[in-house]
Design a protein around this ligand. Structure first.
Ligand code: FAD
Length: 281
């Protein structure tokens, strides 16, 4: 591991909070395997409606105690302003200075939207309540958020969210770099100057990837989908092909001068390490 050369491109790693004590131990080992890559920070997802709140904070605290910066994701759907204020105070008291602010998705059976309709309202509220205490990251969708009316409306919503006080945007994963380049250009034309960091999803399991992509509106290009389908249960071929495709994408993005890369690790180190090794990072 110590032979890995850190890249000068800022990398960040996203984890989800484990559900069991064994899961926490396993994730702690995964983090140690990834730390030689010197992540700029790590982020930890948050179940909409606060369903993973304790696990999110516990994981963020563990990362901070290991000497790396960490950001909890924080979704506002179903939340009240008083609840968010309390949560922000808790984050601040734990030494957290960075947040990924999201709307989230309404879990089934959940009552209503609460006091925030969009992430832009959460960002504005965080700024109103806590000034510049938090470095705020928001989500961006180069291939459009699945509930948006059209790409123009989604871009407009994104610009509003940035103007509400976001510092950085992290994108939904994509395999088509042109969609990202176009989104960044369009956002710049609307006056967006914050870094828009590509989200990178390693390809390791085709069933899982197709399920996620259908749910979040990320497109798997036809040629990638048919290759993956053709490999059936042949995991080694899927992983070798996935490594080629995603390494090529990362290299293309790096050459284009992206401000960083955010890896959806799925709490695994192998694929991210393989990618970074392939890229000579
Ligand atoms: P918003 O920016 O509020 O956008 C949601 C929709 O509303 C979009 O269609 C947008 O076009 C529309 N919209 C926004 N503002 C307006 C407006 N003023 N008028 C009309 N329409 C508007 N989910 C989780 O539950 N937990 C996580 O930890 C998590 N982490 C994520 C991390 C990243 C990097 C990304 C890209 C997504 C993540 N998600 C997570 C998923 C996210 O919560 C969903 O995609 C959710 O549906 C939208 O959240 P958002 O913050 O992008 O919402």
């Amino acid at each position: 591991m110590s032979t890995l050369a850190p890249t000068s491109l800022p990398l960040s790693f996203e984890f989800f909070p484990p559900k069991t004590p064994e899961g926490f131990d396993k994730l702690a080992a995964v983090r140690q395997q990834l730390y030689p890559l010197k992540p700029h920070y790590c982020s930890v997802t948050y179940g909409a409606g606060g369903s993973t709140q304790d696990g999110t904070i516990q994981t963020v605290r563990a990362i901070l105690s290991e000497g790396f910066d960490a950001a909890p994701h924080f979704s506002c759907i179903g939340a009240s302003k008083a609840g968010v204020r309390e949560q922000l105070a808790q984050f601040a008291s734990q030494g957290i200075r960075r947040l990924v602010a999201l709307r989230g998705d309404l879990p089934s059976g959940y009552g209503g939207f609460g006091e925030f309709r969009y992430a832009s309202e959460l960002v504005a509220y965080i700024r109103e309540e806590t000034g510049d205490h938090f470095h705020i990251e928001v989500a961006a969708y180069p291939e459009m958020h699945p509930q948006a009316r059209n790409p123009q409306a989604d871009l407009e919503a994104f610009v509003t969210k940035v103007k509400a006080g976001a510092n950085v945007a992290l994108t939904q994963y994509f395999f088509n770099a042109d969609a990202y380049f176009r989104f960044v250009d369009d956002a710049a034309k609307q006056g967006v100057s914050i870094p828009i960091i590509p989200g990178i999803m390693p390809i390791t399991n085709s069933t899982q990837l197709m399920r996620f992509s259908d749910a979040c509106g990320a497109e798997i290009p036809r040629w990638i989908r048919s290759r993956l389908e053709g490999y059936g249960d042949d995991k080694a071929s899927i992983q070798a092909f996935g490594l080629d495709v995603v390494a090529e994408l990362c290299e293309k993005l790096r050459r284009a001068g992206v401000p960083g890369l955010h890896f959806y690790t799925m709490n695994q180190s192998t694929s991210v390490l393989a990618l970074c090794q392939r890229l000579g990072w």
